[in-house]
Design a protein around this ligand. Structure first.
Ligand code: AQP
Length: 331
C-alpha cells in the first residue's frame, strides 16, 4: 500500500522586531504542536518586514533572532523545514503573478492595510502584502495554515486567489484552512485590552519572549485590570482580566475554567503574581536555549541553508506548473 500523504502546514512570522507572547500563543505554540503531525514549513518573513519603513542595519539581526527563537521554543529542524522567505525566490515570483489576478479593491479593504497605512506615506508593498502572503501559502499546497486571528482575513484572501487562479487557468492550487487557537487567537495589549499585542506598539504593552524575570514581573504588575474584583473570563465585561487569563492558560497549560476556580475569591494581585511566575517558568528555558543558539550562528545558518534548499525544491515544483498554466515561455 502506498504511504498516505502527510498533511502539510505552512506559516511564518515577520522579522519586524522582538517576538512577544502573542506571537508565541497565536502562532509558535501551534507550530510546535503541529510539527509532530504535519509536514511543516515555517519561515521568517523578511520580505514582509520591509513593507513598512525599516532599518537595513537591523533587519538581518531580526531575521536571525526570529530563527533562534523558533529553535529555542522547540521547533525541530529534523521535523520542520525552517527557512528565510527571501532565500526562496519563488515566493516573490508567485506573489507577482497573484498580483495580476487580484482586484485592487480586495487589497484596499484588508484591515491590516487600513490600520498600518494610517499616518504613513503608503508604499505599494504594504498594499500588496496579502498577495505575497497568499504566495507564501499556496506554493506549498498546505492543508492548514496556523495563524493568529489577525491573519485570518489574509488566509481567506489566499483561498479566494486560489479559486480565482484555478477558474482562470485550470486546477492548480488547493484551498487551505486557517488553524486558529480557541483561546489566545488574539492576545491583547497589557496596557490596552482593546488593541492587539504587537511588536510595533509600546514596550509595556507586551511581554517579549526574551524579557528577563524582573521585566516580566514589572510589566504584569502594571498591566491594566478591569473594575470589580472577580477573576472571570468574559471578554466583553472584563477584557483585561480575560486577556490575562488567556495568557495564563496558554503558558501554564491550565484551562480557563480551572483558573477561574483557582482564583475564586482571590485578589488581582495574587492572580498577577502567579501569572508572572507562570511566564517566567515558560520563558526562562527558552531564553537559556536562545542564548546558547546565538553562540552557534554558523550551525543555525546551516539549518537555514538546508531549509531553503528543501523549500526551494517544493516551491519550484508548484512554480513550474504555475508558469506553464499562465503561459510563460519556457525551454
Ligand atoms: N497579539 C497576537 N495574538 C495572537 N497571535 C498573534 N500574532 C501576532 N500578534 C498576535 C500572530 O503571530 C504570527 C506572526 O505575526 P507577524 O509578525 O507575521 O505579523 P503581525 O500579525 O502583524 O504581528 P505583530 O506582532 O503585530 O507585528 P508588527 O507589529 O510587526 O505588525 C501570525 O500568525 C499572527 O497572527
Amino acid at each position: 500500500m502506498p504511504e498516505a500523504r502527510k498533511q502539510v502546514a505552512v506559516s511564518g512570522i515577520q522579522a519586524s522586531g522582538n517576538l512577544h507572547i502573542g506571537n508565541y500563543i497565536g502562532a509558535i505554540k501551534q507550530f510546535i504542536e503541529l510539527q509532530n503531525k504535519y509536514k511543516m514549513f515555517v519561515f521568517v518573513a523578511d520580505l514582509h518586514a520591509i513593507t513598512v519603513p525599516q532599518d537595513p542595519k537591523k533587519l538581518e539581526a531580526q531575521a536571525l533572532d526570529a530563527v533562534y527563537t523558533y529553535l529555542a521554543c522547540g521547533l525541530d529542524p529534523e521535523k520542520t523545514t525552517i527557512f528565510v522567505q527571501s532565500h526562496v525566490p519563488q515566493h516573490a515570483e508567485l506573489g507577482w503573478i497573484l498580483n495580476t489576478i487580484t482586484p485592487l479593491g480586495e487589497l484596499e479593504r484588508m484591515t491590516q492595510f487600513k490600520e498600518k497605512k494610517a499616518g504613513q506615506n503608503v508604499l505599494a508593498g504594504l498594499l500588496n502584502y496579502p498577495t505575497l502572503m497568499a504566495a507564501d501559502i499556496l506554493l506549498y499546497q498546505p492543508d492548514a495554515v496556523p495563524v493568529g486571528e489577525d491573519q485570518l482575513q489574509h488566509v481567506e484572501l489566499a483561498r479566494t486567489l486560489a479559486r480565482k487562479f484555478n477558474a482562470k487557468f485550470g486546477q492548480t492550487f488547493k484551498e487551505p484552512k486557517a488553524l486558529i487557537q480557541k483561546e489566545g487567537a488574539r492576545i491583547m495589549g497589557l496596557d490596552d485590552p482593546t488593541k492587539k499585542m504587537s511588536k510595533s506598539a509600546a514596550a509595556a504593552s507586551r511581554i517579549e519572549l526574551l524579557d528577563g524575570e524582573a521585566e516580566i514581573r514589572r510589566k504584569i504588575k502594571i498591566a491594566v485590570t478591569d473594575s470589580g474584583r472577580e477573576i472571570r473570563f468574559n471578554p466583553q465585561m472584563k477584557p483585561a482580566i480575560s486577556n490575562l487569563l488567556a495568557i495564563y492558560s496558554n503558558t501554564a497549560a491550565i484551562s480557563i475554567s480551572e483558573l477561574e476556580k483557582k482564583y475564586a475569591g482571590k485578589t488581582y494581585s495574587e492572580f498577577k503574581s502567579d501569572l508572572a511566575d507562570a511566564l517566567v517558568k515558560t520563558l526562562s528555558p527558552v531564553q537559556k536555549k536562545y542564548k546558547a543558539l546565538a553562540k552557534s550562528k554558523e550551525s543555525v545558518l546551516k539549518i537555514l541553508k538546508n531549509g531553503a534548499d528543501a523549500a526551494k525544491d517544493a516551491a519550484e515544483l508548484k512554480m513550474h506548473e504555475v508558469r506553464q498554466r499562465v503561459g510563460l515561455l519556457h525551454y
